[in-house]
Design a protein around this ligand. Structure first.
Ligand SMILES: [Ca+2]
Length: 278
């Protein structure tokens, strides 16, 4: 009887180990954009709750969605429209955003627009930002508390500033099996949004190539301006996260209120509790 129980238990542990292993990614090698056929886009596509928008399924080939017009040309004007709006539980997969063929430089008008916006839990799978516009993907401030943006596979190139932007309340951006090349930052938890919150990030199997900073997190908050967040802090959990740059993979900031500029957090124990390398 005991022997059977032990055997059943060891099988269970083996299964649990396999399940865990399936979620662990090694940092990838350099990754190129798939060859693509251009599709001109003049407005946002909304993906309904719980549904999937699959570029390969829709077009039968890899397409690059190239925004056109002042609201989608990929400038840094802070008023660009997103290519895709993902409602609760929506998935975006197998598509290229922005024109990868515009040449070198991070601030080209390559139609990346404001990438992807998530309004709640969302999944972004095997998506390439051939040229990031304003941002690659944003978790919106209005997303329900605790929502998760899951980014699996794909890559992002030529971001003048940030790739992933987390603006929500206790929201998480989870990035795995991902490659980023030529960018300011891989991720930023908003440092001075009109509503400020604690936020989370997971990085697992990510390679940065010529990216200035990995993650920017709020490792403390200015308690004079945000008394509700006194003593609180973001947490980023990072595994298999490599960079060819000597600059930091995770930087702590003092989160502040709208209208103020967040400064770097000089308290190393604050940064250590927020930037957790595993
Ligand atoms: Ca760009």
């Amino acid at each position: 009887m005991m022997k059977h129980l032990k055997k059943a238990r060891s099988v269970l542990f083996a299964l649990a180990g396999l399940a865990l292993a399936a979620n662990v990614h090694a940092a990838p090698a350099k990754r190129a954009v798939p060859a693509c056929t251009k599709v001109t886009v003049t407005g946002s596509t909304t993906v309904a709750a719980g549904t999937t928008w699959d570029g390969l399924a829709k077009y039968g080939k890899w397409v690059c969605m190239v925004g056109s017009g002042t609201k989608m040309d990929g400038s840094q004007s802070e008023s660009q429209d997103p290519h895709f709006i993902l409602n609760e539980g929506a998935t975006l997969k197998n598509v290229i955003i922005g024109d990868p063929s515009m040449g070198t430089g991070r601030n080209l008008l390559a139609g990346g627009a404001d990438g992807v916006h998530c309004k709640g839990n969302c999944r972004i799978e095997n998506v390439y930002w051939g040229d990031v516009g304003e941002d690659a993907a944003t978790m919106e401030s209005s997303a329900p508390s605790g929502s998760v943006m899951t980014v699996v596979g794909g890559a992002a190139y030529k971001a003048n500033d940030k790739i992933f932007q987390n603006n929500g309340n206790k929201t998480r951006i989870s990035i795995s099996d991902f490659y980023a090349e030529e960018a300011g930052k891989l991720y930023r938890s908003c440092g001075n949004c009109s509503s400020q919150y604690v936020r989370y990030a997971t990085v697992n199997g990510v390679t940065l190539y010529n990216v200035g900073t990995g993650l920017g997190v709020n490792s403390s908050f200015d308690s004079a301006k945000l008394p509700g967040l006194a003593g609180q802090y973001d947490v980023a959990d990072m595994t298999d996260f490599v960079s060819n740059s000597s600059s930091s993979r995770c930087v702590g900031y003092v989160g502040t209120a709208k209208g103020y500029e967040p400064v770097k957090d000089t308290n190393s124990s604050n940064v250590a509790r927020s930037c957790k390398f595993h």
